[in-house]
Design a protein around this ligand. Structure first.
Ligand code: KG4
Ligand code: ZN
Length: 340
């Protein structure tokens, strides 16, 4: 079957089409992402009103391009999956209203998808072996930091989450403090790669706390005060970036391994925009190998780490099979949608 996915929860207008064989083999036929990063860069963050207008301008051309790249006609699409939340309300609206209109015009079922669920399912796009459940998934993005126990397909239990800032936010706000650009994650990681080590010491928040929750706002404050005390910080940006990245990665890896042990999982997965981070990818993979014998590790290809619609179509496929579809006028958007 062919499934079309639409993602507009933040600042990427994305449409993808997957072909999924009866045996479950997945081929991404198109994965079009129209990014607004350059537009928001000058404001140092996403401006919701601008994001909304950009989605309206781009969504139909992106749907067209996706169909064209896949070489398909609308009649060949079996279902339309769309992100219904969580996200910016005015951004989500473009995707959801477009999906509704297409579902009505093309007479297709709609599959509502949770954005975090989409990130989790990015792991299922290029699978080499079937995932063994239970799995623990570290989902780290600009808006979310979750440890999700995946007991089976579509069976989620959040066992840990951030109490304040998300991991991606810690990268973004850290970069903003050092005035090195937006979005901070890739820039911090680039600077960090040019330092071998760092004398600077930042805290690993809640690393030894009971449970699996995270907190990154204290790290941000610690960075702010360390920078204030250091008159020479501008000459040490790579070292600051190195330590900021280490503090975030070490905390994420440590909690994930602890949760994997507690829940006796068979697989550890990684997802979300921050999963594009090379250091995190390597550190988590190594920790699973060293500390969790017999446990499998998986992570999405880089193309499916930051926001994209292939992951939404992938999650949509599993929802479609679980008969979690709705007709065009029954879909509901929820900007605070919980994972369930
Ligand atoms: O999943 P995503 O594209 O959007 C949300 O759902 O929030 O994640 C965006 C986040 C941003 O905070 C960005 O700085 C971070 O992912 N990010 C990275 C890297 N690439 C993107 N963080 C660390 N290292 C990266 N290479
Ligand atoms: Zn995301």
């Amino acid at each position: 079957m062919y499934i079309l996915g639409i993602e507009t929860s933040c600042d990427e207008t994305a449409v993808a089409i997957l072909r999924i064989s009866p045996l479950g083999r997945v081929k991404v036929l198109s994965n079009v992402v129209s990014s607004q990063i350059e537009i928001h860069q000058k404001y140092g963050g996403v401006v919701p009103e601008i994001a909304a207008r950009e989605h309206v301008l781009h969504i139909i051309p992106v749907v067209h391009e996706s169909l064209l790249k896949a070489g398909l006609k609308p009649s060949q699409i079996r279902a339309i999956a769309v992100t219904v939340g969580p996200g910016l309300v005015t951004s989500l609206l473009s995707g959801v209203e477009t999906a509704k209109a297409l579902a009505y015009a093309w007479k297709k079922p709609l599959v509502p998808v949770n954005h975090i669920e989409g990130h989790i399912y990015a792991n299922f796009i290029d699978l080499k072996k079937p995932v063994k459940f239970p799995a623990i998934v570290l989902t780290v993005s600009g808006g979310h930091t979750n440890l999700v126990l995946l007991k089976g397909h579509l069976k989620y239990q959040i066992v840990g989450e951030t109490r304040d800032d998300a991991a991606g936010e810690a990268f973004d706000k850290g970069a903003k403090m050092m005035d090195i650009g937006y979005p901070g994650g890739p820039i911090v990681s680039q600077y960090a790669a040019s330092a071998q080590a760092s004398e600077i010491k930042l805290p690993r928040p809640m690393i030894n706390s009971v449970g699996f929750d995270f907190s990154f706002s204290g790290l941000k404050t610690a960075l702010l005060y360390t920078l204030k005390k250091d008159s020479n910080w501008k000459k040490q940006i790579p070292e600051y970036c190195f330590e900021l990245q280490e503090a975030i990665v070490e905390t994420l890896v440590s909690k994930t391994i602890k949760a994997a042990k507690k829940y006796q999982v068979k697989t550890v997965l990684l997802s979300g925009g921050v999963s594009a981070n090379k250091r995190l990818r390597e550190a988590l993979q190594k920790a699973v190998l060293d500390k969790l014998p017999g446990v499998a590790f998986g992570m999405p290809n880089l193309a499916y780490t930051t926001d994209n619609a292939a992951m939404i179509a992938m999650a949509g496929y599993y929802r479609f099979h679980a008969k979690k579809t709705v007709v065009w006028n029954k879909i509901k958007m929820d900007c605070n949608l919980e994972l369930r």
